[in-house]
Design a protein around this ligand. Structure first.
Ligand code: ZN
Length: 227
């Protein structure tokens, strides 16, 4: 019996959705800020950029509709595409931290985790003059006991409610992503996508139109979360 219990506990510890529900439990019950549009706010988030060729398409789609997103950027990509980081920031999107080298953090020593976070904070600050305040661990690989490490760097861990799985089995036009996301999304949802995936860049305009037709308004995380 003890083995079974410990195995269950371990699975809970590592399952990003379990982790996600722990951190999102309170948020789901908070009243969402009213939107002047009358639409229900949702947050579309993009991991693993900036990625020249795709990030621009995503930014164009949001700009054309005056909507906002959040970009969880990899520190070592920030340095090679500072123009894209600046453009996303200037257009009103949240710039967020997705570690420096996109590694699984859960097994690493505290000092290495802190270094992964702070190197990215530094890279973003050099590009736009301010530090991110949201952090998403690559692969959702993070432990509850590591949360204070992020908070000490001024970062709140943020996972997701809706996983678009846009890295998996998607035809080049990306059309399959629209039902995949719109079936699961609800008011206040945080959706994870990847602005390094060409189908995601191609479908983004049509996806935003569909979400707005369904009564949603994509906003930046900072407009949705209470911190
Ligand atoms: Zn990632």
């Amino acid at each position: 019996m003890p083995e079974i219990f410990s195995a269950t506990a371990l699975r809970r510890e590592w399952d990003p959705f379990q982790y996600s529900s722990l951190f999102f439990f309170r948020w789901k019950r908070l009243p969402f800020p009213a939107r002047p549009s009358g639409r229900k706010p949702v947050a579309i988030t993009f991991d693993d950029g900036p990625f020249p060729g795709v990030t621009e398409q995503v930014l164009d789609a949001f700009k054309a509709r005056s909507l906002k997103a959040s970009f969880f950027m990899i520190g070592n990509r920030v340095q090679s595409a500072t123009d894209l980081v600046r453009r996303a920031f200037d257009e009103g999107h949240d710039i967020c931290n997705h570690s420096y080298s996109h590694t699984r953090l859960a097994w690493l020593e505290d000092g290495v985790v802190t270094s992964e976070l702070l190197r990215t904070q530094d890279s973003v600050e050099r590009a736009i003059g301010i530090c991110p305040r949201y952090f998403r661990p690559p692969f959702g690989s993070f432990r509850r006991r590591q949360e204070p490490l992020a908070l000490a760097c001024g970062l709140h861990p943020v996972l997701w409610h809706v996983n678009s799985k846009d890295w998996k089995g998607i035809a080049p036009d990306g059309a399959a992503l629209i039902p995949r996301v719109s079936k699961k999304i609800e008011p206040g949802s945080i959706v994870v996508m990847h602005d390094c995936q060409p189908p995601t860049g191609r479908v983004m305009g049509a996806m935003l139109d569909r979400l707005m037709d369904d009564g949603f308004e994509p906003v930046a995380l900072s407009e949705l979360l209470p911190f």
